[in-house]
Design a binder for this molecule. Structure first.
Ligand code: ADP
Ligand code: ZN
Ligand code: ZN
Length: 665
């Protein structure tokens, strides 16, 4: 008997072992954890049993023995293993690393999978106080419930406040009544507390919660509760996707367009796409929800792969916000705020309503320039300017963290006047506190919320009405509901209009709609004002005059004309090295490998410098694989990537492969 096991290591293979001596192995289950000697020093490693065969490519006397079997009962089901194999194959990442990722830290280290005894009360009543659903909600609920027990993908499109969460809750109730479990995935941690409270309020059952801000112990508990079927609901972020379930009946993925569902290091999997594969394997439905669905998902609706469900109106009593462009060309400005906008802000504050201002740049100003000689403060490690942080009197690189004291004289000419160029949240905050001196302004960005728990405190202050003006970055765009905000302004919408990455337009449109979703709930209608010097830009006018759906149609038409995803398939191979030459030699070796594998259906674009050509002292280059057929792209990658990993030069650079990248940075 040969045990084929997965071990976390950079090798694209399984490892063969002999079963342990003196142990009855007939009942050992696939997916069980084992202790094995590994590598030169025979260090003990935790492995996972993936296959039992009677054949090895190695001589039997060369094989080592498994030392110990940790789990008598496997923690992973056959389906779980199949899913992890799929992830390894599709994202071209070593199987051992992928399987290891599925376990919480303590189990990865071989600790026993035991729960401290806990009896969960068996509720007689599953849920409280469902709302009476409106017809659109009912149609969505019925459609998904009719598909329970079979594979189907649903896309639920509805603006913020249209009642998507209510739809989720009612469908979940049906699944629980059937005695099955539900996996609910959300993009951001900051979304979870509100949602968690709502779930706990609705369901009188044990709800497991899993995200990266929890302790290892908490995560392990959620994992085991889910695996053993104690928790009928698991609410979590991307990493919760691989949690094993006892009897999973439905997956819900909220804010499906959100880029944080794509892991950006290690195994670069898409939690959305992998969740769909999981649903298919288990033959269960999956429900994707968004106010601003991704172009890929809308394309899949067009192709009849997904069923589209629509909530066209806001639920309850609130009215949709009105979106307006504010042409600021030649207008008098005060630190990024036009006079007209200042008047609107004042009017809103006079009614004792709140204002939300959005600027996606933290710090005081993104550039420090010398008015005398043109010197610019640059990071010496990155292809980037240093950002001025006036409060701390620092210049800081947002890419590598390098800091310098803010100087008073120009280091180049010693005489010129140093001038801050451009706008950051700190700078706007200063002018707001001056102009609206008797009002409270709150700045919310990564700098102001560094302290743990501070974001929650601030959100509470906003909801208590202790704050008049909220100024913040994109962390404001997500999930939070501010019922008393009736004016939202996007200060600099133009900065998103010009990018070399074709994904940017989609993200900007989503951001605008998401930000505007924060405004006007309950009885107070909201307005959204966007300051722009491009009032005729087609992206903006389409979005404002015709809404997100029309924008998405025209964006998809452009992608089709250019044969860009979702009309073709991409994989991005990135490399970084301290030595520029080394990075290029590596990519040339990759190209050589690709050219030895004749596959004319895949185009290689590059090597080109990454959009940020140097970062933290590393030169960055990339190579883009593009193909009209997913199959062709996959077959080429399957052939070459394990060989790329074996290249001698691969050990001297940092490289990664991103299949279906969501950005090209
Ligand atoms: P979304 O998830 O799309 O943002 P929610 O489900 O949170 O929307 O609903 C928005 C608001 O409308 C919530 O306050 C919710 O309680 C309320 N709501 C949802 N559905 C209904 C309904 N059928 N009748 C009355 N109020 C509803
Ligand atoms: Zn100078
Ligand atoms: Zn830097």
């Amino acid at each position: 008997m040969i045990f084929k096991v997965a071990i976390a290591s950079p090798l694209y293979q399984l490892f063969d072992y002999l079963p342990p001596l003196d142990v009855e192995c007939d009942n050992v289950q696939l997916g069980a954890r084992l202790v094995v000697p590994f590598g030169r020093g025979d260090h003990k490693k935790i492995a996972v049993l993936v296959e039992i065969t009677d054949h090895s490519d190695f001589a039997l006397h060369k094989l080592k023995r498994v030392e110990r079997i940790i789990d008598q009962h496997s923690l992973l089901s056959a389906h779980d293993l199949t899913l992890l194999h799929w992830v390894s194959r599709y994202y071209h990442y070593p199987i051992g690393e992928v399987i290891s990722m599925a376990f919480p830290a303590a189990l990865r280290q071989g600790k026993a999978a035991t729960l401290t005894a806990e009896t969960s009360p068996h509720p007689t009543e599953l849920s409280n106080a469902a709302l009476l659903s409106n017809p659109a909600q009912q149609t969505a609920i019925d459609a998904v419930c009719a598909s329970l027990g079979q594979f189907a993908v649903f896309l639920l499109e509805g603006v913020t406040g249209s009642g998507k969460t209510e739809v989720y809750l009612q469908i979940i109730h049906e699944v629980l009544k059937r005695g099955q479990q539900v996996l609910v995935l959300v993009p951001e941690i900051s979304l979870t507390p509100q949602l968690e409270a709502r779930f706990k309020h609705r369901f009188a059952v044990n709800i497991a919660v899993s995200h990266s801000k929890l302790t290892d112990n908490q995560r392990q508990k959620a994992w085991l509760h889910t695996q053993q079927g104690i928790s009928p609901i698991l609410l979590g972020t991307r990493s919760a996707l691989f949690t094993p379930f006892n009897n999973l009946g439905l997956i819900i993925l909220d804010e499906e367009h959100d880029a944080s569902f794509k892991q950006q290091e290690g195994v670069r999997f898409s939690a959305r796409d992998t969740a769909i594969v999981r649903s298919k394997l288990l033959n269960i439905p999956i429900l994707l929800g968004s106010a601003t669905p991704s172009l890929e998902s809308l394309h899949n609706v067009d192709k009849k792969r997904y069923q589209w469900l629509h909530l066209p109106e806001r639920a309850g009593y609130s009215i949709k916000p009105v979106l307006q462009l504010l042409d600021i060309r030649n207008k008098k400005m005060r630190e990024g705020l036009s006079e007209i906008l200042l008047v609107e802000i004042r009017k809103t504050l006079e009614k004792n309503e709140q204002v939300l201002l959005f600027l996606n740049r933290r710090g005081f100003a993104p550039t420090l320039i010398c008015h005398g000689c043109g010197w610019v403060a640059r990071c010496q490690h990155c292809e980037a300017n240093l950002v001025i942080h006036a409060d701390e009197a620092l210049l800081r690189c947002h890419h590598c963290g390098t800091e310098h004291r803010l100087m008073n004289t120009c280091p180049a000419c010693k005489t010129g006047e140093l001038t801050p160029l451009g706008l950051g949240t700190e700078r706007v905050e200063k002018v707001l506190t001056k102009v609206f001196a008797n009002k409270i302004t709150l700045r919310l960005d990564r700098d102001s919320t560094k302290r743990k728990g501070s974001l929650e405190d601030y959100l509470e202050q906003i909801n208590q009405g202790e704050v008049d003006i909220i100024l913040g970055t994109q962390m404001l765009a997500k999930g939070h509901h501010f019922p008393n905000v009736t004016l939202v302004a996007i200060l600099d919408v133009d900065s998103g209009l010009f990018s070399i990455d074709f994904h940017t337009a989609e993200k900007l449109a989503q951001l605008i709609i998401q930000v505007s979703g924060r405004a006007g709930r309950a009885e107070k209608p909201g307005r959204v004002i966007m300051q722009t010097r491009q009032p005729d830009h087609p992206l903006l006018t389409t979005l404002i005059e015709h809404g997100y759906q029309r924008f998405a149609q025209s964006a998809l038409a452009e992608r089709k004309a250019a044969q860009l995803p979702p009309f073709s398939y991409h994989a991005l191979l990135s490399v970084q090295a301290r030595d520029m030459e080394l990075a290029l030699v590596f990519l040339q070796a990759v190209i050589d490998l690709a050219q030895q594998t004749p596959n004319s259906a895949v185009q290689l674009l590059g090597p080109v410098p990454a959009p940020m050509a140097k970062r933290a002292g590393f030169y960055r280059y990339q190579l883009l694989f593009q193909s009209g057929q997913r199959r062709d792209l996959q077959s080429l990658l399957t052939t070459i990537i394990p060989n790329v990993a074996k290249l001698k030069i691969a050990a001297k650079v940092r490289w990664s492969l991103d299949v279906d990248p969501v950005d090209l940075y």
